[in-house]
Design a binder for this molecule. Structure first.
Ligand SMILES: [Fe+2]
Ligand SMILES: [Fe+2]
Length: 245
């Protein structure tokens, strides 16, 4: 029965994962009949707003690791601190993708966009919620819950990343793939990161079965805030495409 606690985490997350998979935003993004300009604008804002959700990741994991050590979870703390550097600089990919998507857009569409302005736009409610969730976890009494955020979010790259890239290629054009460096790299990288997260979750839940409740609560919040981020990107994209018409 040594897998009981990890199983309790997986079953605790089941309904939230199903809810995410059925989220209307995800359905809109992956719909075969989506308007190409709308999808392209979504991609631009996904990349630009994603910078503020990606740049702090290395620091979040490192700080969560240090806090775990503070509360006596030395093994997990050390593993997180070691793992943190694997997230260094990934936001540069999103900045680069934003710029190349905008220049592609400007070369083909009558309504020009300004990449600097898009990158400097204020953080949306979903982005702020996502960042706040990390701060609450790191500063709170259960910093090990950082693991649940990483597990759920990095699993999204593995689970939905390939379908999303395929959607962009089929609705836009095959060469769009060269502007999706963040997504393409993460589909591959996050397979390894998800394995790391799962192993660490199994270890911590085996030694501390009672951690399952805060972990599930945080995992659910991670999916909820990520869905809010996707919705924000869709709202902005819809306004932008409407403004062109
Ligand atoms: Fe990353
Ligand atoms: Fe990762």
């Amino acid at each position: 029965m040594e897998n009981q606690a990890p199983d309790a985490y997986e079953s605790g997350m089941h309904s939230a994962r199903v809810r995410f998979a059925k989220d209307p935003s995800l359905g809109t993004i992956l719909a075969a009949e989506i308007d190409p300009a709308f999808l392209e604008s979504f991609l631009i804002h996904f990349s630009a707003l994603g910078v503020a959700m990606t740049e702090p990741v290395e620091d979040w994991i490192r700080r969560a690791g240090a806090r775990c050590e503070e509360i006596g979870l030395n093994e997990l703390g050390q593993a997180l601190r070691k793992h943190a550097s694997h997230e260094a600089g990934h936001h540069h990919l999103m900045v680069q993708d934003t710029r190349s998507l905008v220049s592609r857009w400007n070369s083909r569409r009558p309504f020009p966009l300004d990449a600097d302005r898009i990158l400097a736009q204020p953080l949306t409610p979903g982005v702020r919620m996502y960042r706040q969730l990390h701060e609450d976890v790191i500063l709170g009494g259960s910093p090990f819950c950082q693991l649940a955020i990483e597990y759920e979010i990095e699993m999204l790259s593995v689970q939905f990343g390939p379908r999303f890239i395929e959607q962009c290629v089929s609705v836009l054009a095959p060469e769009i793939a060269s502007s999706l460096t963040f997504l393409r790299e993460h589909v591959a990288l996050d397979v390894r990161h998800t394995r790391f997260n799962r192993q660490e979750l199994e270890k911590i839940l085996t030694s501390h079965p009672k951690f399952v409740n805060p972990l599930v609560e945080t995992g659910r919040a991670a999916l909820h805030t990520y869905a809010a981020f996707l919705k924000d990107c869709l709202v902005i994209a819809r306004m932008q495409v409407k403004g062109m018409g």
